[in-house]
Design a protein. Sequence first.
Length: 198
Amino acid sequence: MLKDIASTLRPAIVMTALFALLLGLVYPLVLTGIGQALFPAQANGSLIRSGDRVIGSSLIGQTFTSDRYFHGRPSAAGKGYDPTASSGSNLGPASAALADRVRTDLATLRSSPDSPVPADLVTTSASGLDPHISPEAALFQAARVAAARKLSLAEVEAQVAAHTQKPLFGVFGEPVVNVLELNLALDSLPARGASSKR
């Protein structure tokens, strides 16, 4: 009886140990090695550096409040763009809290009653970490940024155009602008305004 149980359990134990070794150790190490060899920047978080200092990631949004900078989408992740609390707000269309927040954001953003505010400037993404805005949302802010930086509107709009990422293969997704990369490009232009402050 015990011999039968042992002979029945042995293959199960061997297979469990084998798959634990293959899928828990070998497979992750092979994929990590391939990622580091072929796509080192992406495998290490798509970090953006200024000299030796990491200032962000092209995959995670940041909060910008100064008029000199383009602002990203609102974030419901923690206190804003917290990667450890990635999530949407889970507020539905009938939520009074959501309606109040959007109404406040609209009032803050609307420069004139005739200029419609792009939806992505008042709505959060599902992750709460979206680093991108639409080109329309960037152009909506261009006049404010140009005035704060003492640049011409054409110069700022040219930077928006230069940093607009096209859909993948021209088909998948929508055109987007990475807010951090656009703001860094503006910072690299010859300074004409006040000292930079995010």
